[in-house]
Ligand binder design. Structure first.
Ligand code: 5GP
Ligand code: ZN
Length: 113
């Protein structure tokens, strides 16, 4: 499987893993755009948000909950942060494995690029 995130999950590509359970794993983005830039991803290979089966939509809530916990651990819970899921080409998704960005630690621009 050529998916870079599946390789991280399998431990074949190293990353700074901050959290994992049966369903999700979280690690630092290799190219951070802010002092805190983490990725929360499902262990199951789901190509994008658009491919998420309706029955598995609680997974997004679980990912958001983990993001909240990690934001606290990273000390940005009070200052604020952004959760973002890019979906598809025009959504700016580069890695075709569903992931949630947790970005914070500096003032973010109010608009989308
Ligand atoms: P996207 O643009 O698809 O929403 O976000 C993909 C993110 O994955 C980017 O922020 C990119 O820096 C990150 N990324 C890509 N390859 C790797 C990798 O091998 N390791 C880690 N930790 N992050 C990666
Ligand atoms: Zn994958």
């Amino acid at each position: 499987m050529g998916c870079i995130f599946c390789q991280i999950i399998a431990g074949k590509v190293s990353s700074e893993i901050l959290y994992q359970d049966e369903e999700v794993i979280a690690f630092r983005d290799i190219n951070p755009v802010a002092p805190v830039h983490l990725l929360i991803i499902p262990k199951k290979h789901i190509p994008s948000l658009a491919h998420l089966p309706e029955a598995e939509s609680p997974l997004i809530g679980h990912m958001a909950n983990i993001a909240n916990q990690l934001a606290k651990r990273e000390g940005i819970s009070e200052s604020g942060y952004r959760l973002a899921i890019s979906c598809g080409e025009q959504g700016g998704q580069e890695v075709p494995h569903l992931h949630m960005h947790l970005v914070g630690g500096r003032q973010l621009a109010p608009t989308f690029g």
